[in-house]
Design a protein around this ligand. Structure first.
Ligand code: ZN
Length: 99
């Protein structure tokens, strides 16, 4: 009630190049919620690289980035994951646009 929720979404933006070089990824959709008093709550699920990116010689498009999320969760980011790199986060663009 009285809250303004902005959902910003980007999909399939983890490219193979990113997968080999980036260390921080956001899972799913990042959102910015502006409260009734103007306070902004940023919600994002930050996953950090947890090892070397796996690639396949015979399938050059394919990659798998092992990640750690929080203390106990682990997973893999692939080209079809609903995730994006920290540098590509739409919330970063939001922040820049206020300058
Ligand atoms: Zn993000």
């Amino acid at each position: 009630m009285g809250q303004d929720t902005i959902y910003l979404e980007v999909r399939n933006v983890v490219t193979k190049e990113d997968a080999l070089t980036e260390n921080e990824f956001h899972l799913g959709t990042c959102s910015s919620i502006t409260g009734p008093r103007g306070g902004v709550t940023i919600r994002r699920y930050v996953a950090r690289r947890n090892g070397k990116t796996k690639t396949w010689k015979r399938q050059p498009e394919k990659f798998q980035v092992p990640y750690r999320y929080g203390l106990y969760e682990h997973g893999y980011i692939t080209s079809w994951s609903d995730a994006h790199c920290e540098k590509d986060c739409p919330l970063n663009r939001e922040e820049e646009s206020h300058d």
